[in-house]
Each structure stands twice: as C-alpha cells, then as structure tokens.
Design a protein around this ligand. Structure first.
Ligand code: G3H
Ligand code: 13P
Ligand code: ZN
Length: 331
C-alpha cells in the first residue's frame, strides 16, 4: 500500500527552496544510511534551527532497507519535535536513475526525488525527467533534474571526466521538463578526491589548493533562469583535520581534497539553494571511530565508537549550517 510523505509529517522542497533563494542561503542535503547519521542530522538541524533534506541514495536503500528508511524519516520528524523545535524535513531520493525507482520512492514516503538523466543524451534526459515530473507532481512531490556531468561517482554511475553545464540549455530544459530544481556542474565532484594533485596548486604549508568553481557559468545560468532553484552536488570540503586523524590512526587517504568552504558560502548566497554533503560526514565518522579503536583497543561496545562518531558528525553539520550554508536560524 502506498504511503504519502504527508502522512509522515514531511514536506516537499517547494517552499523551503523559494525562501532559500530569496534569503541568500542554501538548504543542507545530508545523506544518511543508518541511525547515528540520522540522529546527528536531526540534532544539528534542530539545534541550529535549520530546514533539512534527508538524502537517500539507491545504495542507501539497498544497504538499509526502504521500509526502515521511510520509518526513520517518520521518526526524524517526531524526534525533532521531541527535541523541542519543529523544522521542515524533506525526504529526498539522491541520484535516481530510472522512472521506476522514482515512482517506488514516491509510493514509499519520499517528498522529493532526483532524476539524474545526465548520463543520457540531452533529448533522452528531457524525456525521462519529464516523465518523472508528471508522475511526481500528481503526488505533490518535487523533482530535481541534472544538466552537465560531475566527475567521480554518481551513485552507481562513474564518470571519469566532468562536462560543465551549458548555460544555453538550461532554460529549454527547465521549461520542457517542468523540474522544480536543477543540479548543475560547475567544477564540484563526488567523493574525497575531487581533484588530482596536478589540477591543484600548493599553499605555503604544502596543502593542495583546488581550482576555483566556475562562478561565471553559475552567473550565466542565473541570468537565463532568474530565481530558479539551483543545486550543487559534490560539495564536501574534505576537512584536512579529519583526513589527518584518519591517516594518524592507520588510515590511508592520500591527497584528499575538496571544495573550499568560502566558495560554497559564495554559491549559497546565489540561486544555489541546495548543497549536497556526504563525504565530509563519512570522513568525520571514520576519523572518530579510528581514534577510539586506536586509543582504546579494549573497547568492543559499538556505542563507545559510534557515539563519538555521532558527536563529531553533529558538530560538522552544525558548522556547515552556521558558517557555510547560512541555513541556521531559517527554520
Ligand atoms: O552522490 C553520491 C552520494 O554520496 C551517495 O553515495 O551511492 O555511496 O550512497 P552512495
Ligand atoms: P560529496 O561526495 O562531495 O559529499 O557529494 C555528495 C553528493 O553530491 C550526494 O549527491
Ligand atoms: Zn550527488
């Protein structure tokens, strides 16, 4: 039996995106796969009074089970209230690749879906996206489309090379598909290794400095579709302190580099109203777990390492909301 997101107390992205574009901030879209990640997201967003998008990839659905994830999202709404402040919560499918997957999510409590047709030809992307939009809108569910290809792993799709979004296509794409928001490619990419050392310069401390995002493309897109909600994927900053902790306690993360937070802050002030962050959370959790494992080898209670991992995640998300996305205080 189908379950509507409205029964779960969730909202779609329409109103929160309109407010974010007008207010010059971005809504955080944090991926979750388990209880501790969900708890950290809700605690951080309630404490900072931020709207939030709980983001689920198809890999997360396979890992954690669709029924459990739906009920966790329902639990997140109730948990936020219990923590003392009601925030808008969206349950969003990240990188949906087929109409059937989007439909299944819509029938299972998702209030927003992404159909990522970016690996298809322009016309096939339009046809697939339009089909999803028609079904989703009939259920009051919002849809994110994508134009341009991000390098790195797009869920199960791996693109070796990125191609920037072509501003001359965005107006036509938005008009013909009816999407509610558009993910664009301006130099971000998925994962913890966003650029090769050859693509970067080094600062005085030898830290890799990546090339800047293509703000000229973003501005051109904004000119063509003024006020239309824009999404940035692949927006982890890859905090070097977490990378260092991972490496200190037995990890092997070489030359990991992300998007500098000042650039994300600048993007959030524009029509970019949703910023996707997954890898930074993975790094924060892994660093905290490795530290406990190394310093307290006698521990075998999962709460003793998942607890600190959750605390570190919460701190990361609070920082992002307050200092990077500008979403704190907007709920
Ligand atoms: O864009 C990809 C997200 O970080 C989700 O990653 O497919 O490994 O769950 P995943
Ligand atoms: P990161 O890998 O940069 O965290 O990007 C996550 C993302 O875009 C999820 O869709
Ligand atoms: Zn993504």
């Amino acid at each position: 039996m189908a379950v509507s997101y409205k029964e779960l107390g969730l909202v779609n992205s329409k109103e929160i995106f309109a407010k974010a574009v007008a207010g010059g901030y971005a809504i955080p879209a944090y991926n979750f796969n388990n209880l501790e990640q969900m708890q950290a997201i809700v605690m951080a967003c309630v404490e900072t009074k931020s709207p939030v998008i709980l983001q689920v990839s198809s890999g997360a659905r396979k890992y954690a089970n669709a029924t459990l994830l739906r009920n966790m999202a329902k639990g997140a709404v109730e948990y936020a209230k219990e923590l003392g402040y009601e925030i808008p919560i969206v349950l969003h499918l990240d990188h949906g690749d087929t109409f059937e997957l989007c439909k299944d999510c819509i029938e299972n409590g998702f209030s927003s879906v992404m159909i990522d047709g970016s690996s298809h030809s322009y016309e096939d992307n339009i046809a697939l996206t339009k089909k999803v939009v028609e079904y989703a809108h009939a259920h009051d569910v919002t849809v994110e489309g994508e134009l341009g290809v991000l390098a790195g792993v797009e869920d199960d799709v791996v693109a070796e090379h990125s191609s920037y979004t072509r501003p001359e296509e965005v107006e036509d794409f938005v008009k013909r598909t009816g999407v509610d928001s558009l993910a664009i490619s301006i130099g971000t990419s998925h994962g913890a290794h966003k650029f090769t050392p050859e693509q970067c310069t080094r600062n005085a401390d030898g830290i890799l400095v990546p090339p800047p995002l293509k703000f000229d493309i973003l501005e051109e897109i904004e000119k063509r579709i003024p006020g239309f909600p824009i999404v940035l994927h692949g927006s982890s900053s890859v905090p070097q302190e977490h990378v260092a902790t991972i490496n200190k306690y037995g990890g092997a993360m070489k030359e990991a580099v992300g998007i500098p937070e000042e650039q994300l802050r600048r993007a959030a002030k524009s029509a970019v109203c949703k910023i996707n962050i997954d890898s930074d959370g993975r790094l924060a959790m892994t660093a905290a777990i490795r530290k406990v494992m190394a310093e307290k080898p006698e521990e075998f209670d999962p709460r003793k390492y998942l607890g600190p991992a959750r605390d570190s995640l919460k701190e990361l998300y609070m920082h992002k909301n307050k200092n990077v996305l500008g979403s704190a205080g907007k709920a």
